[in-house]
Structure formats: structure tokens, C-alpha cells
Design a protein around this ligand. Structure first.
Ligand SMILES: O=C(O)CCC(=O)N[C@@H](CCC(=O)O)C(=O)O
Ligand SMILES: [Zn+2]
Length: 334
């Protein structure tokens, strides 16, 4: 009926994961002989009994931003299917549902951006609702990687706020060692990820934390755009879903095997004051090209201009708190 906004019921695996209800999945993996634990709300670990270092350690996080729902749906369906043939799981897995309250509210965050709190120095973010959650995630992550072997991955699955020249892209910390970085880039290619941004410095994100403190091949993966839980077009995640399923089952990736375009970070634009103004609208698509000398933003007396012959703008967001990243300028290198 036109104008009828009765919510459509969610598929059960999606409802369960979005509410951090691991009951059915945990029960199936437990019955298959795995050691299953829930170290904190919304955090599930599934490990083979015996020697943890013998298997790859894979951390998957979703819902670090509460309105980024596509990956929650994708992972919910994958995990539900895998749990029905649980003995096929070939990794030690930690699954985190990041910001449970924000998912419930359908918002990016409640008080402040959880994905800026994975660092010791939190400034004005300390004491927010999300700071305590970041502490829980950090403690569980340290435990999980603490007894892991050399193969350590962290896929932090997000979606972007605005449209993008590359609908799927990833941010990869530069500090990841050569060999695991190569494996990660290959996997991102198989997952159909169109672009990779190499990031030289932490702005407090979860994936950078895992890379920096636990030697994980960590990455933030942007899969399409924010959307309403249960209403995402999962067809756009087919390659990513297949590649993730392959990783969980320890089979060689059967995906397309394209190489993503590679970008280096030219500059992270930090909002210095409430006077921060961008020279373009915040709806500007990710990877919009700008030419040398063009103004990017100004903040009081500080004027940011494009330094390279061409730079592309990613995540333009003047509405962030003072002290946080308001945008990323990148240059194509591959
Ligand atoms: O679309 C946006 O403006 C934000 C999407 C998002 O949440 N991106 C992550 C990227 C994290 C990283 O740089 O590794 C974030 O901003 O937290
Ligand atoms: Zn996000």
C-alpha cells in the first residue's frame, strides 16, 4: 500500500548479527568441536582446539559505524551458511559487531566516532560512549592476536557515506610488511575492490591499530554506500562475499583476480577549528580529481591547496569534530 512504512522483517541471520546475538552460530560451531567464546558483547571468537598458531587468525569487524549496514548483511549470510557446515572453517576467527547502540539507532555513532579511538591519545573523545567500547575491542583484539601465528588478518568492513568513482575501495596501512601486504592486495583484487589507498599514518582507526600493534594485514574496506539494514542490494557484494568465504574456508580465491588501482596519500586534512570550510560540497564524490593550486579547504589562516599536478579527494566531511580527519587527498601511483 502506498505510504505504508511497516518495516519488512529482517532475515533471521541478519537480525541476529545486527543485534550481536550469536546464539545459533555459536552453537553450531561449538557442536563441531570449536572453542567458542564471547569475550564481550558483540565479540565472538571461534578457534580450533589445540595450537592456535597453526591456523591463520582472521578478525572481521562490521558495524563500527552503525549506519553502514551492507557488510552486516553480507557477513550474516556468509556466517550462517558456513556454520551449517562448520567443519569447513579453516581459520581462527574473531567477529566483532562494532557499535551495537549505533546500529540499533541507525546512526554513524552515538556520541563520537568509534573509528577514531584506536589510539592512546583520545583528546575530547575520551569519556564518550564509544571510548569504553573501543577499550573492549582493543582488549579482545590483543587477546585474539596474542596467541596467533604469523598469518594475521583484519578486515574492517565499512561503507562510504557518499557516491564514489570506485564503488568499492580499501585503505591499507603502509606499515604492513611486504609479503602480507602483497597477499592482502591480491585478496582485495579477488574481492573486486577497485582502488586501494595506502595510508602512512594512523588517525585512530581500528584496522590501523591491528596492523600497528599486532602485525596484522589490516584494512578498512568500503563496500558501496550506507543504507538501511535489510534493504541493501547484496548483488554488489558478490565478489567480496565470495573472496571472504574463500578466506574463511582456506581455499584459493576463485574471484576475478583484478588488481586494484593504487593511490598514495598526499595529505590527511585535519579540522583545526570550527572555522574549517571546504571549497566544495560535502556531497562531492569520493575520488573527485582536483588540479594543482586549487583550494581544498581553509581553516582560519590555514589554506589547503592541491600540491601535486592532480590529487583526488576522498571522505570530504567538514562536519567532523575539531582535531579529526575532514578529508583525504590521494594521488594515483598504480
Ligand atoms: O564515507 C565517509 O566519509 C566515511 C566512511 C568511513 O567510515 N570510512 C572509514 C575509513 C577508515 C580508514 O581510513 O581506514 C572512516 O572514516 O572511519
Ligand atoms: Zn565507516
Amino acid at each position: 500500500m502506498a505510504g505504508d512504512h511497516t518495516p519488512v522483517p529482517l532475515p533471521e541471520p541478519v537480525r541476529a548479527l545486527a543485534q550481536a546475538d550469536f546464539g545459533a552460530v555459536a552453537q553450531r560451531f561449538g557442536a563441531a568441536g570449536f572453542a567458542v567464546a564471547q569475550p564481550a558483547d558483540g565479540i565472538l571468537t571461534i578457534k580450533a582446539e589445540g595450537h592456535p598458531g597453526e591456523r591463520p587468525a582472521l578478525l572481521i569487524s562490521v558495524g563500527v559505524h552503525g549506519d553502514e549496514t551492507g557488510p552486516i548483511e553480507m557477513v550474516a549470510h556468509l556466517l550462517d551458511a558456513l556454520s551449517r557446515e562448520a567443519d569447513k572453517l579453516a581459520v581462527n576467527l574473531m567477529l566483532c559487531v562494532g557499535n551495537i547502540g549505533a546500529i540499533r539507532a541507525g546512526k554513524r555513532f552515538i556520541d563520537a566516532d568509534l573509528n577514531r579511538m584506536f589510539r592512546a591519545e583520545r583528546g575530547t573523545l575520551a569519556g564518550t560512549a564509544e571510548a569504553a567500547r573501543a577499550d573492549q575491542l582493543i582488549a579482545a583484539t590483543a587477546d585474539f592476536f596474542g596467541d596467533a601465528g604469523p598469518v594475521r588478518w583484519h578486515l574492517d568492513l565499512h561503507t562510504a557515506i557518499r557516491p564514489s568513482v570506485y564503488p568499492t575501495f580499501a585503505i591499507v596501512p603502509e606499515i604492513i610488511a611486504e609479503q602480507p601486504r602483497r597477499a592482502l592486495l591480491d585478496w582485495l583484487g579477488a574481492a573486486g575492490i577497485g582502488a586501494v589507498i595506502m595510508n602512512p599514518a594512523s588517525v585512530g582507526t581500528y584496522s590501523y591499530y591491528s596492523a600497528e600493534h599486532h602485525g596484522a594485514a589490516g584494512t578498512t574496506v568500503e563496500l558501496g554506500r550506507i543504507g538501511t539494514l535489510g534493504q541493501n542490494d547484496l548483488a554488489q557484494f558478490i565478489d567480496a562475499s565470495q573472496a571472504l568465504d574463500d578466506l574463511l574456508r582456506g581455499v584459493p580465491t576463485s574471484g576475478a583476480g583484478r588488481q586494484p588501482h593504487i593511490f598514495n596519500t598526499a595529505r590527511q586534512i585535519i579540522k583545526l577549528s570550527d572555522n574549517f570550510r571546504m571549497a566544495f560540497g560535502k556531497e562531492t564524490h569520493n575520488f573527485t580529481a582536483m588540479q594543482q593550486g586549487e583550494e581544498i579547504a581553509r581553516d582560519g589562516d590555514t589554506v589547503y591547496t592541491v600540491q601535486h599536478p592532480e590529487e583526488l579527494v576522498v571522505f570530504p566531511n567538514p562536519d567532523v569534530r575539531v582535531g579529526l580527519r575532514a578529508g583525504l587527498m590521494v594521488v594515483r601511483v598504480g
